[in-house]
Each structure stands twice: as structure tokens, then as C-alpha cells.
Design a protein around this ligand. Structure first.
Ligand code: C2E
Ligand code: MG
Ligand code: MG
Length: 570
């Protein structure tokens, strides 16, 4: 929504839209207020709506007669208040029908002028009070609203949700998150303007729904909408209404699909943002599930949440007490006749005193969300570097080991210093500590990351792109990207060896990686058949249960001693 620029009264008269079909009444009002305000007159509802559409930014207030020919005054009021673009325009209703008062107030009229008209100074005072009130609110509106859709923004929404709780303590409420599936592809395929149009239509639907069921709505984040409303049972109906007519007429096509997460009958002792975290969890649980687009927050999610809290609480002690253990999984060079150990990957596990061995799949995503990952990764890198040093000292052989570098680490301005510090402390060459960076990290804020990675390579660190093929590979980036190896995503390797043996994509990926002159690493390789097929496709390095699971350092030593007997330059 554009900021409404108003000039002061001394420079320009404020403009009033007078919707009145009766000429005598028009004249009376002109007489009463015409020398203070500029009057634009509409004689029918249709005319009024058209003027609102075209000139709403220049209007200060609307005086609306209820008894109009054609579209009635009540309907005009409903349409104005139902459209987020104009809903903020103050409307004063003029009527002789006392009964209509309640309905008009419910629909959003600010005040009444009874008919027959009171003396002009009463009318003037009422109008002035409303205009001033509105102008103050207009300034607030500018900050409280999302400019594209006119819905509340996050901060104000949370604040108003708190207020609703104050006034309606005993009314059970639902926290609801609505997301658009794959909104970025809508933007990519049809352009940003089209994407904006879709967002505005959702907002219009949202307002209609809110008018009907009560509560408040906001746009939070590019394609996420929040609703806080009285508890209801038919969320499906709500989702259908929100999804109505989002697109231009494309018979048979429906690109924009919404998903909904509901935290039903919220616990009001929780902070409002926590309630919406729960609704968000529920929405994420149906991500990509077109058959069932509504997820409900339930006990299993609650348990997961409690576990997460425990893990976060236990983290500092775990670091202090070295409960995190680094396991090592070998990577074999399969280019020759016999596979040769070329390096290993360090994979962390949490040996938790109560929960037993916890897999990184549980805690890494959590620690990535709250930033603890940096501490953990630093710990893993140091442990790994110390281990390489130990093997070198005891077996006189260097086994380079790759460590995982999280997306979050790449934004750490001290990343390079930390890595140099670790290698120096352990008297390692930088090429002995390989760095795995997940593919998806490259797509975000690519500039900063490419610069960091270039710098690291200049210092001798070698970079492996992890999980390649898993998502938004930016193929064009491959040519500018400084990397030393491509690690194909495990799922991707796996699907190539299902019943249908669809291996063409895999072959193409290996070909691609060779055309950039970097070796391909396949991970998650479990069978001899997979090894020979991958070899035949030209894959250079293989990691997976076929050779070994990730094992503790002491168990990994058998690979180191084999290498000691069979030294081959990495
Ligand atoms: P990743 O880096 O892609 O690691 C490969 C995962 O595949 C490991 O899971 C490994 O145990 C598993 N794997 C290896 N071979 C096979 C196989 O043949 N079959 C099957 N089914 N799985 C195999 P893990 O250890 O559970 O680690 C999961 C993910 O957690 C890793 O994926 C990595 O993204 C992350 N991670 C692990 N350790 C660290 C760490 O120290 N720091 C960071 N930032 N992330 C870590
Ligand atoms: Mg990895
Ligand atoms: Mg991987």
C-alpha cells in the first residue's frame, strides 16, 4: 500500500466522497461543509465504488447514504471494507434508520450522522474528529501493514493477537499458518508481477475469511500467511476459501497450491510466536503432500519439540564432556583394478548419557536453526585434525579427512582463521583437511560463499560439493564455482538402482562432473553390483556401507594400516 500523502488544510482542502442520490440533501451538505471540504459527489453505489477505486488515495473520508438506487449503501460499505486496499478509508453512514446502526458498525463504519441532518457545526465536528483520527491511524497503518497485501505485518500481528487474548480470554483460539507450495517456481515461471498478484488475491480471500469468522491475519515472510482466529472445526472450508480464484483463468491448470498448518485450541500460556512455531511445524509436516494439504499440530510433534529443547539444554555439557564422538567412513578410489583408500569423511554422533547414540540427522538441522552448529563444527574439525595428526604420528601415513561445513559456518567472518588455526595447531597441511559444503549452501547468497570458498582454495583447502543433485543445483554456477570434487547425493544414487535401474541421470551427472574436470564421489553405495555399475559409468571415488559404515577412530585404524602397507598418493 502506498503512503498517502496529505497536504495540510491551509494548502489544500481535504476531499470527501459524498454518496447521496437526493439532490436536496446534497445541497444541504454542500451548504454545511462545502467551504471547508472539497466534495466529490456520487449518486449511485456503482459510481461511488468506481470513484473509490480510482481516487482512494486522495480521499479523506466517505459520507454514505444507505438508501441508494441500485447497489445499496450497506453493500457499498461491505465492499469497501472487504478490500484490503480501501478498508482503511473511514466511512460515516447517514441514515434515518436507527436499526441499521449495529449492522453498519459491525461492517466497519466509524460513525453516524442521523437524518434529518443536525446543525452544520455538529456535522463538521463529527467529520473533523473522524478525519483526524484516521490520519493518525494512517501513519500507524503505514508501519503496521505489509505494503503489498495490506495485511498486518508480523510484529503488529503478534501484538494484536496478544490483545485479542486479553479481551477474549475464554474463547478457544486456533493459530494457523498458510504457505504456498513452491512459490519460487511460480515467480520463476510467470514473473514477479504474477507472483505479487497471487499474493494479493490470497490477501483478499484472507480478509473475506476473517470478516466471516473473526480474528486477524498477517503476511509474514514472502509466501506465508498467519491467522489467529476463534477455534473452528472446518479448516478445510477455510483453506478452500483462501485458495479460491488465485490464478488467471487457466482451464485445467492449477499451479498455486496452499498448505495449512493448524495448532488448534492453542495453549494461551505460550508466547504467541511459539504458538505459530507449532502451526508452522504442522504446515511443514504436509509439505509436498498434495493429497492432504492440512497438517495438525499433535503429540508426536510435541514430543519432538520437547526432545529438541532437551538437546539444546544439554549441548553445553555435551561439548564440555566430549559426548560428541567423531566417526570415520572411508572413501575408496575405484579407478584402478583394486579399490584404494583415498580419504575419509568425519561424521559426528552424540553419545548422550540418557538417550544413547543420537544420529546427526536429529540434531544437526536443529543446531543449524539456532546457531549452535558453529560450536559443534569447530569441535568436530578440531577432533578430526587431532586424529589425522595422531595417525600420522603413529602410522607415518597421511589420510586426508573431509569434515562437513554447514551453510551457517560459511557466513562466519572468522571461518578461514578458525580453519587455519586448527590445521596449524595440529601441524597439518591445509590439503589434509578436506571441506564438504552442501550444494544448497551455494544457492543462497552465492557471492559471499563463492568468495569464501575461493579464498579457502587459495590457501590449499580442497572443497567437495556435498549432496549434489539433491535440489536446486545451479548448473550455471558450476562453471564459476571453485570446487575439487562433486559428491552425488545419496538418494539420487539410490533411485538409480531401484527396480527400473534408471541410470541415465546418474551417468549424465558423472559426465557433467568430468566435463568440469573434477572427480565424482558416490556415497551411500551398499552393494558390489552398485560398485561395478558406478565404476563402469566412470565414477572415481566410492563411499558407503559396501566398504564400511562410519566407525570409531579405533576401528578405522585397520584402513590406515592397510594404507601404510600400500601407500598410494592421494
Ligand atoms: P552427509 O554429509 O551427506 O553424510 C553421509 C551420510 O550417509 C552419513 O549419515 C552416513 O552415515 C550415511 N551413509 C554413508 N554410507 C551409507 C550407505 O551405504 N547407506 C546408507 N543408508 N547411509 C550411508 P549420518 O552420519 O547420519 O549424517 C547425516 C548428515 O548429517 C550428513 O550427511 C551431514 O550432512 C550431517 N553431518 C554429519 N556430521 C556432521 C558434522 O560434523 N557437521 C555438520 N555440519 N554436519 C554433519
Ligand atoms: Mg558430507
Ligand atoms: Mg552427502
Amino acid at each position: 500500500m502506498e503512503k498517502k500523502t496529505k497536504f495540510s488544510v491551509s494548502e489544500e482542502k481535504r476531499r470527501i466522497l459524498l454518496v447521496e442520490d437526493d439532490v436536496i440533501n446534497q445541497e444541504m451538505l454542500k451548504e454545511s461543509i462545502g467551504n471547508v471540504y472539497e466534495l466529490i459527489i456520487a449518486e449511485t453505489g456503482e459510481e461511488a465504488l468506481e470513484i473509490v477505486r480510482e481516487r482512494f488515495r486522495t480521499l479523506s473520508i466517505i459520507l454514505l447514504d444507505l438508501n441508494l438506487p441500485g447497489v445499496k449503501g450497506i453493500e457499498v460499505l461491505r465492499r469497501i471494507k472487504g478490500d484490503p486496499a480501501y478498508a482503511g478509508l473511514p466511512v460515516i453512514v447517514m441514515t434515518s434508520d436507527g436499526e441499521a446502526e449495529v449492522e453498519c458498525l459491525t461492517l466497519g463504519a466509524v460513525d453516524f450522522i442521523p437524518k434529518p441532518y443536525p446543525p452544520s457545526k455538529v456535522i463538521l465536528a463529527r467529520i473533523l474528529r473522524t478525519v483526524e483520527l484516521y490520519e493518525d491511524r494512517d501513519t500507524i497503518r503505514w508501519t503496521e501493514r505489509d505494503h503489498l497485501t495490506g495485511l498486518y505485518n508480523n510484529d503488529f500481528f503478534y501484538h494484536y493477537a496478544d490483545q485479542l487474548d486479553l479481551y477474549h480470554k475464554d474463547v478457544p483460539a486456533d493459530a494457523i499458518v498458510v504457505d504456498i507450495n513452491h512459490f519460487h517456481t511460480v515467480n520463476d515461471r510467470y514473473g514477479k508481477a504474477y507472483g505479487d498478484k497471487v499474493l494479493k488475491r490470497i490477501a483478499e480471500n484472507a480478509l473475506r475469511v476473517i470478516n466471516e469468522i473473526g480474528g486477524i491475519a498477517c503476511r509474514c515472510g514472502p509466501d506465508t500467511f498467519l491467522f489467529y482466529c476463534p477455534h473452528r472445526a472446518d479448516h478445510e472450508d477455510m483453506l478452500n476459501k483462501l485458495s479460491a480464484k488465485l490464478e488467471d483463468d487457466n482451464p485445467g491448470e492449477n499451479h498455486v497450491r496452499l498448505r495449512m498448518g493448524v495448532y488448534s485450541e492453542v495453549d494461551k500460556s505460550l508466547y504467541v510466536d511459539r504458538r505459530f512455531d507449532r502451526a508452522k511445524l504442522a504446515a511443514d509436516s504436509v509439505k509436498g503432500n498434495l493429497a492432504n494439504p492440512i497438517g495438525f499440530y499433535d503429540h508426536s510433534m510435541h514430543d519432538a519439540e520437547v526432545l529438541e529443547e532437551q538437546l539444546i539444554d544439554d549441548f553445553p555439557t555435551a561439548i564440555k564432556e566430549k559426548q560428541f564422538v567423531v566417526f570415520y567412513q572411508p572413501k575408496f578410489d575405484v579407478r584402478g583394478d583394486e579399490p584404494v583408500l583415498i580419504s575419509a569423511e568425519a561424521l559426528v554422533r552424540w553419545n548422550h548419557p540418557e538417550l544413547g547414540m543420537v544420529s546427526p540427522g536429529v540434531f544437526i538441522p536443529l543446531f543449524e536453526k539456532n546457531g549452535l552448529i558453529q560450536t559443534l563444527d569447530n569441535y568436530v574439525w578440531s577432533e578430526t585434525a587431532a586424529q589425522i595428526r595422531d595417525w600420522k604420528a603413529r602410522f607415518h601415513v597421511s589420510v586426508p579427512v573431509s569434515v562437513n561445513v554447514s551453510r551457517i559456518d560459511l557466513f562466519d567472518p572468522y571461518l578461514i582463521d578458525k580453519l587455519l588455526d586448527i590445521t596449524e595447531k595440529n601441524s597439518l597441511k591445509t590439503e589434509e583437511l578436506l571441506l564438504e559444503i552442501t550444494e544448497s549452501a551455494y544457492t543462497e547468497n552465492a557471492g559471499v560463499i563463492v568468495e569464501n570458498v575461493k579464498q579457502l582454495r587459495k590457501l590449499g583447502f580442497r572443497i567437495e560439493m556435498d549432496d549434489f543433485g539433491s535440489g536446486y543445483s545451479s548448473l550455471s554456477m558450476l562453471s564459476v564455482l571453485p570446487i575439487d570434487a562433486l559428491k552425488l547425493d545419496m538418494q539420487f544414487v539410490r533411485s538409480a538402482f531401484r527396480e527400473r535401474k534408471e541410470t541415465r541421470l546418474l551417468e549424465a551427472m558423472i559426465g557433467l562432473s568430468h566435463s568440469f574436470d573434477v572427480p565424482t564421489i558416490a556415497e551411500g553405495v551398499e552393494t558390489a553390483e552398485q560398485v561395478s555399475a558406478l565404476k563402469a559409468m566412470g565414477c572415481d571415488i566410492i563411499q558407503g556401507y559396501y566398504f564400511s559404515r562410519p566407525v570409531p577412530a579405533s576401528e578405522f585404524e585397520r584402513f590406515v594400516t592397510e594404507k601404510q602397507d600400500n601407500p598410494v598418493c592421494a
